[in-house]
Design a protein around this ligand. Structure first.
Ligand code: ADP
Ligand code: ASP
Ligand code: MG
Length: 440
């Protein structure tokens, strides 16, 4: 059972979490927690400002003190961690430099603090629990600070958990590399921690408890009328997560898929609502589109070379260059002499562009939006691309790039950043409001 930051935002929310867990003790849960909402953002700010000034952590200390007080938890619970954080900030200030390694070290405090709070709250509520830093039960990664990849588990986690007394409350998002440095899994990474632990212990189910009624037909912040999806397949959920659906971390489906463990997304504030069940196969013959996902701040790189006309190896050269600069490519559209590629992350892009310019003309456009129509039914319905393009055309959204994946679980489009919300709403209207999904 993974509880996200919004599910742990204050004492009242943590009390609800205790009651949810109490009602499910029969299934012997392992609890995974995020930092209280907003804490990781605050730690990011702290890390960045520590270089220039001796940072004050008073607001963080107060926020945690208030939660402890309201929950009746002992006052000295976080003392050591806050000392360590203060020392770390001082050290960063002294050396005048923030390495990716020390940044991850600072970011790890959010989860380490909240796991202690939640375990103490559970214990106070009569559910004896232990706070566990995930690395103490063998959660290991490589050393890609800020976006570390989990190492295969090989039975370590099960062995690590077997010594724990009471209900285990494990930190999400953080781990250690082989050298013992603290790493993080990328923002939103607690979902991934939960899926990895669920895989390691052969869980019956991986539950992601959040602040909405499950996976919805679109991001409710853009489409307020978005509705919960009762059931969807792993690959649909993976497409949604990969295309910006913040409700799940993009890599969080893989550990579930590997062992066919169902994933359920549930609402901490409404624990009786059914939520969304994500399983291997969920084919509803009447359903065409399951949901609309979107992503902001997408970059397109256009690479064109008339010299490569009728020559082999053009794509290999381009992708080789992105690989060398460790740039992950998202969507691709090609003709014989030109390629358009979308990226989320523009780190190293200038270097890659310089290299591409040796054999091609390159242009880069920033701040575009990606909208993705997800659903298994797309592969069986010839009319879907027309139904995707028509409402966009009608609402005056200019489509810059299109991709209909080979698996045909999604149709993705790149639009101007300023048109993105309008595009998402137009597509949601088309598939969910006008005819309804079963109308497909
Ligand atoms: P947590 O703190 O529980 O990890 P997140 O903020 O990371 O919560 O993820 C939940 C949020 O994801 C929701 O509040 C919602 O705004 C956003 N979201 C984006 N797309 C979707 C979607 N298709 N379905 C549900 N929520 C979505
Ligand atoms: N606390 C981390 C974040 O805010 C991880 C998570 O919430 O999943 O990104
Ligand atoms: Mg999250």
């Amino acid at each position: 059972m993974k509880f996200g930051g919004t599910s742990l935002r204050d004492a009242a929310a943590i009390r609800s979490v205790c009651e949810i867990v109490r009602s499910r003790m029969d299934s012997h849960p392992v609890i995974v927690v995020s930092a209280h909402s907003g804490v990781t953002d605050r730690l990011v700010g702290l890390a960045e400002s520590a270089v220039a000034s001796t940072s004050a952590i008073d607001d963080l200390v107060e926020r945690h003190a208030k939660i402890r007080e309201e929950l009746g938890i002992r006052e000295d619970l976080h003392g050591e961690l806050f000392h360590e954080l203060q020392d770390l900030c001082r050290g960063i200030h002294l050396v005048g430099e923030l390495s990716p390694r020390s940044r991850d070290y600072i970011l790890s405090f959010g989860e380490r603090l909240s796991a202690r709070t939640v375990a103490a709250a559970m214990t106070a509520a009569g559910l004896p629990a232990s706070a566990i830093d995930s690395f103490d039960i063998g959660v290991r990664t490589d050393s890609r600070f800020g976006n570390a990849r989990l190492a295969p588990d090989e039975g370590r986690i099960l062995a690590g958990l077997s010594d724990i007394r009471g209900l285990p409350v494990v930190t999400g998002y953080i781990a250690k590399d082989a050298a013992g440095n603290i790493t993080t899994l990328g923002r939103n990474g607690s979902d991934l921690s939960a899926a990895y632990l669920g895989n390691a212990i052969d869980a019956d189910e991986i539950q992601i408890w959040t602040d909405v009624d499950g996976v919805l037909t679109a991001d409710p912040r853009v489409v307020p009328s978005a509705r919960p999806i009762a059931e969807m397949s792993y690959d649909e959920a993976a497409e949604l997560a990969n295309h910006g659906g913040k409700v799940l971390h993009p890599a969080s489906l893989a550990p579930a898929i590997q062992k066919s463990i169902p994933v359920r997304v549930l609402n901490t504030h409404r624990p009786d609502s059914a939520g969304t069940l994500i399983v291997k196969q969920s084919d509803d013959p009447n359903l065409v589109v399951r949901c609309i996902a979107h992503k902001r701040r997408v970059t397109i790189v256009n690479v064109e070379s008339s010299r490569m006309l009728a020559q082999s190896g053009f794509l290999a050269r381009i992708f080789g260059c992105f690989q060398r600069w460790n740039i992950s490519v998202d969507m691709v559209a090609t003709s014989e002499i030109s390629v358009s590629i979308t990226l989320d992350n523009t780190e190293n892009l200038d270097d890659a562009v310089r290299e591409l310019e040796d054999f091609a003309t390159v242009s880069v456009e920033h701040d575009l939006g990606l909208v993705c129509v997800v659903g298994h039914g797309i592969k069986n319905r010839l009319g879907v691309p027309a139904r995707v393009l028509d409402p966009l055309h009608r609402t005056g959204v200019v489509v810059r790039m299109i991709s209909l994946g080979a698996l045909k679980v999604n149709v993705s489009l790149v639009v101007d950043g300023a048109d993105l919300d309008r595009a998402v709403r137009a597509l949601h209207d088309e598939f969910f409001e006008v005819g309804g999904p079963e109308h497909g």
